[in-house]
Ligand binder design. Structure first.
Ligand code: DGL
Length: 358
């Protein structure tokens, strides 16, 4: 049967449309596959009005909605999402850390996964990023991201932060640099970065500076990490079943030993002392810490002063007391490393080596 010109034209157009579609589908399938693991936080938050940039409920928006609200992600990667938790990050526990790290590790081993993004509350984002940096063995990009304002707020920062995170996670040049954090156009080291301001979008800083910047989907690198991480780490989430109890006491004028004694009674395996100045310890607190050390508790001197690093044997005779210094790690980061290190050793000299190297 002869086709009319009109029928032929329709067939031709349909064929063209199909081939265009398949070309587009092929092009999309050729893009890196990034998995977004959602845990909650402000980036999934919602406020009552657009004026609420600081008053809102965290951990409300599911990952599907986060991704659907950002169709531009499809320009940089094939993105799939998983809702691992839906919590405010101040409520993270060691179990949350272990569960998340196991999922990241499993996904990183999959040949069809090119990069992983974790959306996370900003309050403890720095702790999770450092933990993953220490225990996940992969050279693929792992990027942790949050936001300081909920998506419902004026000038919300979450969409661009998420777009940047997926873009970095889809980039080959982001691999092998340890766990990264993208916030406010910057690419930070998961080891070095901390939340330093509680209500500004430029909250995340490192005293050693960012590793680089990401602008319009392109990465600009200016330095690389020197501390051990991911594939170069002696620690592996596959070998860690639980994390030991490690807590933090804060130093201040009129210091007493109530907290130190209580943690000792509670059976901590290590105590981080967030001292004044260069990790100073009040004279009235030294005997209590020495007592804990004698019971086998590791004493790790960090500082409440955010920058610089604690000098061994300066403010306290660490060699004599058999104490450890946390180097440049802030107390909350020192706690993460101490927990991980104690899964492998209870030798204080080994601990000090680990604090120098990680
Ligand atoms: N509740 C805080 C948290 O989930 C909100 C802060 C944020 O995510 O920016 O970490």
């Amino acid at each position: 049967m002869l086709m009319t010109t009109r029928q032929g034209m329709k067939r031709w157009l349909a064929a063209m449309a199909l081939s265009a579609l398949s070309a587009a589908a092929l092009a999309q399938a050729a893009k890196p596959h990034v998995v977004v693991l959602a845990t909650g936080g402000t980036i999934a938050g919602a406020g009552a009005s657009a004026a609420n940039s600081a008053t809102y409920a965290a951990a409300k928006v599911p990952v599907e909605k986060l991704l659907a609200g950002l169709p531009e992600l499809g320009n940089v990667a094939q993105v799939t999402g998983e809702q691992v938790f839906q919590i405010a990050s101040e409520s993270f526990t060691n179990e949350h850390l272990l569960t998340l790290a196991r999922r990241v590790s499993a996904l990183s081993k999959q040949a069809d996964v090119d990069g992983i993004v974790i959306t996370h509350g900003t309050d403890t984002l720095e702790e999770t990023a450092y933990f993953l940096n220490l225990v996940v063995h992969t050279a693929k990009p792992i990027v942790v991201v949050g936001s300081m304002r909920p998506g419902t707020a004026l000038s919300a920062d979450g969409t661009l932060n998420l777009y940047d995170a997926v873009s970095v996670a889809a980039s080959k040049d982001a691999g092998g640099k340890g766990v990264l954090v993208t916030m406010n156009d910057e690419i930070q080291s998961g080891r070095d970065v901390s939340k330093t301001i509680n209500i500004k979008t430029e909250a995340f800083k490192s005293q050693w500076g960012p590793l680089g910047m990401v602008v319009e989907g392109r990465n600009y690198w200016f330095r690389a990490p020197v501390k051990r991480h991911t594939n170069a780490s002696e620690f592996n989430i596959d070998d860690i079943k639980t994390l030991p109890a490690v807590d933090i006491v804060y130093g201040y004028g009129n210091m007493n030993t109530t907290g130190i004694d209580a943690y000792g009674k509670a059976g901590v395996k290590a105590l981080i002392h967030a001292g004044t100045g260069n990790g100073s310890v009040a004279a009235q607190a030294v005997p209590a810490l020495q007592g804990l050390r004698a019971q086998g508790v590791q004493i790790i001197r960090s500082a409440r002063v955010p920058d610089g690093f604690v000098l061994r044997n300066a403010e306290q005779p660490d060699d004599k007391y058999d104490w450890v210094v946390a180097h440049d790690l802030r107390p909350q980061k020192a706690r993460i490393l101490a927990m991980v290190a104690l899964t492998k050793t209870s030798d204080s000299k080994e601990l000090q080596r680990i604090f120098w190297e990680y």
